[in-house]
Design a protein around this ligand. Structure first.
Ligand SMILES: Cc1cc2nc3c(=O)[nH]c(=O)nc-3n(C[C@H](O)[C@H](O)[C@H](O)COP(=O)(O)O)c2cc1C
Length: 209
């Protein structure tokens, strides 16, 4: 089994990386392979709402000049997904927002590509804004019928200079508990022979009636 951990920070080896690495170590102890996927610091365009992904049904965003399509493919191949973002003005990073808007629009309009995968979120923060960010990240998972494990607190970890988060002992423990729960539920799903519910066609009412 494999987990893809998305690093929404422009810093390859910043605190978000270190937070994801805490989870990576725990997941690997449970025999689960983990790849950390960096969004990097190159521009990522936001979703233009063009609808090409729904029309083409090719599991791709029409814009192929950034990391989004590579990330979508890796997420589809993974059994579990971790969304890790630094807190920027009490929100996820701009790159993470652009990436997730496009990736999850593609997955939704291509039959629910991430449906029933296990997914969780981590907010990485100096001081405050972490709960709002954690909430925003979870919206993507909860909208797409993913299975969301929990930890023993809201998954946030505190630090400013790269690696400082490792001094947040409570934050480290929270992420370790979350990783263990993630590994457990992935194994439960993997070993279960109970047939999951079929996907229903969504009702679109737009609140006009
Ligand atoms: C543009 C920007 C906005 C930020 N906004 C906040 C904030 O609202 N609250 C906070 O506590 N820290 C804020 N920070 C600090 C980062 O969340 C913190 O340093 C984090 O550890 C960075 O993670 P990284 O090393 O993975 O990029 C901000 C940093 C940047 C660059």
């Amino acid at each position: 089994m494999k987990v893809l951990a998305i690093n929404g920070s422009p810093h390859k080896k910043g605190n978000t990386y270190h937070a994801l690495n805490v989870m990576k170590e725990k997941l690997e102890e449970q025999g689960i392979e983990v790849e950390i996927f960096d969004l990097g610091n190159k521009p990522i365009r936001g979703c233009t709402g063009c609808g090409a992904c729904a029309k083409n049904k090719d599991k791709k965003c029409i814009f192929s000049d950034d990391v989004v399509n590579e990330g979508i493919q890796k997420m589809e191949e993974a059994d579990g997904i971790i969304l890790g973002s630094p807190v920027h003005f009490s929100a996820m990073s701009g790159a993470m927002k652009s990436f997730l808007d496009r990736a999850f629009y593609v997955q939704g309009s291509n039959g629910g590509m991430f449906r029933h995968k296990v997914g969780c979120s981590v907010a990485v923060v100096r001081r405050s804004g972490e709960v709002a960010t954690f909430d925003q990240l979870n919206h993507y998972l909860l909208y797409s019928e993913m299975i969301v494990p929990s930890g023993n607190y809201w998954a946030a970890i505190h630090g400013r200079t790269p690696g400082e988060v490792l001094q947040d002992k409570e934050g480290v423990q929270t992420l370790q508990v979350l990783a263990n729960n993630m590994a457990w539920i992935m194994k439960v799903i993997d070993q279960s022979n109970i047939v999951p519910p079929a996907r229903v066609n969504k009702e679109w009412t737009h609140f006009i009636r």
